[in-house]
Write a protein that binds this ligand. Structure first.
Ligand SMILES: C[S@@+](CC[C@H](N)C(=O)[O-])C[C@H]1O[C@@H](n2cnc3c(N)ncnc32)[C@H](O)[C@@H]1O
Length: 240
């Protein structure tokens, strides 16, 4: 149940020195990615990110995806991680200082709006958004901004809950799962309101097909949506 709790609320993983033997991400090469960590790594596994690249993580929150991007681009690369929450950025920066990995120094935390990215056109080799697009009010503008700041031929990878259209998946993931499993558990943690928000935000989100269409409408040359975890999650990959 803890897994569900952490994955749905996206609480930051404890950093070294906070009761865990390792940091928010595996410190040891080959360390296993499980649960939340597996999901965090997923958007990166669907696009090519090379050493030396400049990448952006939009709606970075406390930085899980940015830390993984940082490991991929290495010390010769650069990661810009953007969020409009000062508080989240502060948590991310604190986690960065608590880590000893040299590459994490390549992350710069920027306070900004996903719908008005403060970067020049064609700045990035790759872009990611984890559980962010669903929460953005003007998603079209955010997609336009993403298109603008990517270099031609580069990709954005967008992970979130899947607003499924299949009746089987709606049964498993959408209403049934949240009403009969997630909310009762959350109530025990006095977190029911947050899960109710999750449910309503998934309802207001776009289906995979709608995400593909939006990406093409704003100019991406290719857009493909992948259902993950029996349709509970979904990842859109779009190529500028
Ligand atoms: C559910 S959290 C996800 C954080 C992180 N990507 C992760 O996977 O843990 C969503 C984040 O999106 C940010 N956010 C929502 N709308 C935004 C916007 N328009 N511009 C920048 N950040 C935004 C919130 O502040 C929050 O940190």
């Amino acid at each position: 149940m803890k897994w569900l709790h952490f994955n749905l609320l996206f609480r930051p993983q404890p950093v070294a020195g906070e009761g865990q033997s390792h940091g928010p991400l595996p410190d040891r090469p080959g360390a296993q990615l499980t649960g939340r960590r597996f999901l965090t790594a997923l958007p990166l596994s669907m696009i090519t990110v090379r050493e030396g690249d400049t990448a952006v993580d939009v709606c970075c929150g406390s930085g899980d995806l940015a830390f993984l991007l940082s490991e991929k681009v290495g010390i010769s690369g650069k990661v810009i991680a953007l969020d409009f929450s000062k508080e989240q950025l502060q948590i991310a920066a604190t986690r960065q200082s608590a880590q000893s990995k040299a590459c994490y120094k390549n992350i710069e935390w920027i306070e900004g709006d996903a719908a008005d990215l403060p970067f020049p056109r064609s700045s990035f080799d790759a872009a990611t958004i984890g559980y962010g697009l669903r929460n953005i009010v003007d998603r079209r503008k955010a997609m336009e901004e993403m298109y603008k700041v990517l270099k031609p031929g580069s990709k954005v990878s967008i992970l979130d809950f899947n607003k499924s259209t299949s009746s089987l998946n709606s049964f498993c993931s959408g209403d049934w799962m949240i009403d009969y499993i997630v909310v009762p558990i959350a109530s025990g943690y006095t977190l029911a309101d947050e899960y109710q928000y999750l449910k309503s935000s998934i309802k207001k989100y776009l289906t995979g097909k709608e995400l593909e269409q939006l990406a093409r409408e704003v100019g991406f040359s290719e857009a493909k949506f992948y259902e993950i975890g029996a349709g509970l999650m979904g990842n859109l990959v779009a190529t500028r």
